[in-house]
Design a protein around this ligand. Structure first.
Ligand code: ATP
Ligand code: MG
Length: 149
């Protein structure tokens, strides 16, 4: 159904800010149109929550997590970026495999299923998911949806 992206994103920001570690801040910003977008709100919310949960989990205290949405023309872009531990380049090829966990996660807990589910949801929504990551520097995920009227 039609969702109000900004309203949904603000709700997610508020919820996720509560489970942040000490001095982690989620900074949300929207640019472009504020119209409605045809997307499944439950799938989209779960997808974004998964990405922000990872950003929180894999970055340290006193850091910012950038969350942004943009609607321009018929394209919706959603980004989640952190300044965390990053994903080793040679392991990135396995990122969406079930139970994948990178070798730099140390004692950070996880099952390695979140991103596999994210990818399934993104496919169900006919979206695209891209990422850029560098060890000890950070990770950025970008989701895009195109609306055909
Ligand atoms: P869970 O199933 O609870 O989400 P998880 O976080 O380990 O467990 P995924 O979310 O699928 O599983 O992520 C898979 C792996 O990818 C992680 O274990 C971690 O190695 C790496 N990863 C994912 N997101 C990030 C990120 N933002 N920064 C650094 N590494 C990440
Ligand atoms: Mg995860």
């Amino acid at each position: 159904s039609d969702i109000n992206l900004v309203e949904l994103a603000e709700e997610i920001t508020e919820e996720m800010q509560m489970i942040c570690k000490k001095n982690q801040h989620i900074v949300y910003q929207h640019t472009g149109d504020v119209g409605k977008f045809f997307l499944d709100s439950h799938l989209l919310k779960s997808t974004i929550i998964n990405l922000i949960s990872n950003a929180i989990k894999y970055s340290g205290e006193d850091t910012f997590i950038e969350f942004s949405t943009e609607i321009s023309d018929n394209i919706c872009t959603i980004m989640v970026s952190d300044n965390g531990i990053g994903i080793p380049e040679e392991e990135q090829i396995n990122l969406f495999e079930p139970f994948f966990r990178a070798n730099n996660t140390g004692n950070i807990p996880g099952t390695g299923l979140g991103l596999n589910i994210v990818m399934r949801y993104v496919n169900l929504m006919d979206g695209k998911l891209a990422y850029v990551s560098k060890v000890n520097s950070g990770t950025s995920f970008q989701l895009t949806f195109e609306q055909f009227n």
